[in-house]
Write a protein that binds this ligand. Structure first.
Ligand code: SF4
Ligand code: SF4
Length: 437
């Protein structure tokens, strides 16, 4: 039996796309930005600036020689006031560059559109732009654009499913920047050698589907795929399967089945970057939740403190009970609003009391709903038991490492068991045991 079945499951979560008609609006320049050196999957960057240095918009301030990395650029012009460590949302430590803005927003003289003739130059330019997956994963884009089996990759899947509740920033990209998306697609087709493109959109966004079909109707190599709006249609393996029928098995990458999956805003950035040469220095994020006075889509300089972003949204209308970076299903809780906007930050949710009910776990009633809901047909309750009894061979057998922590199993469990969290811990336990071995 394959990992992904013919009938992919998932959960019917409420969409709460309250901000879908809110145009992306740039926030005023804050007095200070705090730019993290850890904004991508892989080792963090090393700061290239020190206290007292002057920087401009687009100045490179961090880089790394590690394979899995992407450089980091200043989002403002001003003066570096500190290079120091902060505790991240996950409890680890990372370096940040703090810059006091001068209000000028002078652009670095080195910024100019890249000159690209071939695939290696395209990959080099994408790396220089600092681009990472903007849908949340933060995977460096230049690595995706340079798969080992390049000649076998024939399909680009543009992921515009945006299945997490509340988040509408990708939807706004489609409505506001369709030409950037088309330019990004054209560049990837040309330099990576792609022959077919699938744009995946959930069917709760009919205006986006209609617009994309109208704009791509003359191009037989591009298909706009309307996906049933069941969470998590935007998960990479799920989107790839739903649009191409190709199964990405355990341990495989999309390129292993000839596919590159790229988030729609990431694709739009490529189109914009090739035209302007401005690296990734701003991020559009959906700001919503019961504690936010005026929910909206905000274009923020990378490194803006969440408190400044919230102020632009009218501040808090009550004390938030929970601050989430990302969506409610897969986002990360943050402990306070001093934390900065990151490249892969697509939402900031401030939930009030009514949105943060905590339920007590009850004994499992063996209803099987968690298995039915899992897109990968894992067995979350069995994983929980194997985790609790330290049964490493069983965790391996149950393929816990496939779990993408989508939250569907916990969402549907009538006993309110915290299965997703247990899966996360079980993955760590299995990894540690494997490393020890
Ligand atoms: S969190 Fe993991 S086990 Fe639970 S439904 Fe998602 S993929 Fe399946
Ligand atoms: S959904 Fe909850 S109650 Fe039902 S089998 Fe899974 S863990 Fe048990």
């Amino acid at each position: 039996m394959s990992v992904l079945q013919k009938t992919l499951k998932g959960a019917k979560v409420a969409h709460f796309k309250n901000t879908e008609n809110c145009e992306s609006t740039p926030m005023p320049l804050p007095k200070e930005v705090c730019i993290s050196m850890s904004q991508h999957m892989g080792p963090p960057c090393n700061p290239l600036v020190k206290k007292g240095d002057a920087v401009k918009v687009g100045t490179m301030i961090g880089d790394s020689e590690a394979f899995l990395s992407a450089p980091i650029h200043s989002s403002v012009s001003g003066t570096v006031s500190a290079v120091e460590e902060i505790v991240t949302a996950t409890g680890s430590r990372c370096q940040v560059v703090i810059i006091q803005t001068d209000g000028e927003q002078a652009v670095d003289e080195a910024i100019k559109p890249p000159e690209i003739e071939n695939h290696p130059e395209f990959v080099k330019a994408i790396r220089a732009s600092g681009l990472v997956g903007l849908g949340g994963a933060g995977f460096p884009t230049h690595i995706k654009m340079n798969p080992k089996n390049l000649s076998e990759v024939d399909t680009l899947v543009v992921n515009a499913a945006e299945c997490e509740p509340y988040i509408t920033s990708d939807y706004r990209t489609i409505i506001e920047r369709p030409q950037d998306i088309l330019d990004g697609i054209a560049a990837i087709k040309k330099y990576v050698g792609i022959t077919q493109v699938k744009i995946a959109v959930e069917n709760n966004k009919p205006q986006a589907i209609e617009m994309l079909r109208r704009l791509t109707g003359d191009d037989p190599s591009i298909e706009v795929c309307s996906l049933k709006a069941i969470y998590p249609k935007g998960a990479e393996k799920v989107t790839a399967y739903e649009t191409t029928g190709r199964v990405i098995k355990e341990g495989m990458l999309p390129a292993d089945v000839g596919v590159i999956v790229e988030n729609v805003t990431t694709t739009a950035f490529i189109g914009q970057y090739l035209r302007t040469g401005m690296p990734l220095v701003t991020k559009t994020l959906t700001v919503d939740g019961g504690a936010v006075a005026e929910p909206k889509n905000v274009v923020a300089p990378i490194g803006a403190h969440f408190s400044d972003v919230i102020d632009f949204c009218g501040g808090y209308k009550c004390t938030p009970k929970k601050l989430i970076m990302g969506g409610p299903m897969m986002g990360t809780l943050v402990f306070d609003d001093t934390y900065p906007v990151l490249k892969n930050n697509n939402a900031l949710l401030a939930f009030d009391e009514s949105q943060t009910a905590v339920y007590e776990e009850q004994p499992c009633i063996r209803c099987g709903r968690c298995i039915q809901a899992c897109p990968y047909h894992l067995m979350p309750r069995m994983i929980e038991k194997a985790y609790e009894s330290d049964n490493i061979p069983m965790l391996h057998k149950l393929k816990v490492s496939l779990c993408m922590e989508c939250g569907c199993c916990s969402f549907v469990c009538p006993a309110k068991r915290n299965l997703t969290f247990t899966n996360k811990m079980a993955k760590q336990k299995l990894r540690a045991a494997t490393a020890k071995k």
